[in-house]
Design a protein around this ligand. Structure first.
Ligand SMILES: [Mg+2]
Length: 361
């Protein structure tokens, strides 16, 4: 069957977050989202999305998506080929920032379509056969939560099937970070993992000094201790501490991950699907990590990242962030600390028409 992409419909949405995201770096109540429906002459529809914090930024992304969509319309849903053309088209405005974020929505939709056309779930199209991917809960344990709220959220995560979760640190007084980690870690007991994310909130001496205190509390990893582009500094932090250091979510493309690997910046990289420019570059980043004998994780975009990690031999753990769940017809299934992949074709979920109306701007 020779499929052709006939149309790319771009939706500008404002998706309210269940609780405002507060970290050492963020304070936001909505995810300003650009969702894409990529349609074919055979009636199949592929879905993808990208987002920004800020409605005008999202509008700029939507313009870029519309522009790049011209590379896809009238062509076959062959994601590698279309991505290569879009990549060439982006040369002048650059292979980082909004260019790649916009490309990600289209590349995701194109992979979804390719898998639907093959009547396979995406992870199987990519050669994977793991149906469960270890995951951690990330939609909570924000930096501003009271201790009571943290403990309540931790309980809720466990009740939802999670066996790992991430707390945000980087408060004005690091002693409070250490204390909050200690209390949550103790409450979790022995059968659940706790990760901590600094969101780039520290300098190098603070990261090493506070990191040493935190590693007494058996953290699964410490994430983004320094500004994301201080690769040499992050490498020194990773060398000084015994616990895993994770970073990489804020850099762009597989070239960004290559820079991290060359600098030995961290123990685990966590490419962000939209900053990679979609699954095509995410998979290249994961393969680079494999070549460097490093595990790979993910950042946001749970619906798609689950498939990519399921097909990646060096996958470590998937970030579960529920922010966009209301956009889709099916929630991501969680069981005993794993995301359970659907055997439905493509991503296994589709954009909900009711949600596209509800969140439209
Ligand atoms: Mg992070």
């Amino acid at each position: 069957m020779k499929l052709k992409i006939t149309d790319v419909v771009v939706h500008r949405l404002s998706v309210p977050l269940p609780r405002p995201v507060r970290t050492a770096r963020h304070d936001h109540a909505r995810a300003d989202t650009v969702a894409v429906e990529m349609r074919t002459d055979a009636g199949l529809v592929g879905a993808g999305y990208c987002f920004a914090f800020g409605a005008r930024r999202a509008r700029a992304l939507a313009e870029l998506v519309e522009d790049l969509a011209e590379t896809y319309v009238g062509r076959a849903p062959a994601p590698q080929a279309r991505h290569a053309e879009a990549w060439r088209a982006l040369n002048f405005i650059g292979h980082a920032g909004p260019s790649l974020i916009a490309l990600a929505a289209l590349d995701t939709a194109c992979w979804d379509l390719a898998a639907r056309a093959a009547n396979l779930p995406l992870f199987r199209l990519l050669g994977g056969d793991r149906t469960r991917v270890p995951t951690y809960a990330s939609s909570g344990l924000w930096i501003d939560g009271s201790l009571d709220a943290l403990l309540r959220e931790a309980e809720d995560f466990r009740a939802a099937g999670h066996r790992a979760m991430k707390i945000r640190v980087g408060r004005a007084d690091p002693e409070e970070d250490v204390e909050r980690v200690r209390i949550v870690r103790e409450a979790l007991g022995g059968d659940a993992a706790l990760l901590a994310d600094v969101n780039q909130g520290w300098d190098e001496p603070t990261a090493i000094r506070v990191g040493r205190r935190l590693e007494e509390h058996d953290l699964y990893w410490l994430e983004e201790p320094l500004p994301y582009d201080d690769l040499a500094g992050c490498a020194r932090v990773a060398a000084a501490l015994d616990m895993r250091i994770a970073t990489g979510e804020t850099d762009y493309g597989s070239a960004g991950m290559k820079r991290h690997l060359e600098a030995r910046a961290a123990d685990v990289l966590m490419p962000d699907l939209q900053r990679m420019g979609g699954p095509t570059e995410f998979l290249r980043a994961a393969a680079l990590c494999h070549a460097w004998q490093q595990p790979v994780s993910s950042h946001l975009f749970t619906e798609t990242s689950a498939h990519l990690l399921a097909a990646t031999p060096n996958a470590l753990i998937l970030e579960h962030m529920g922010w966009w769940e209301p956009l889709f017809t099916e929630p991501v299934a969680i069981e005993a600390g794993c995301v359970v992949l659907s055997e439905q074709p493509g991503l296994g979920c589709a954009l909900s028409q009711a949600a596209l109306k509800r969140y439209k701007v």
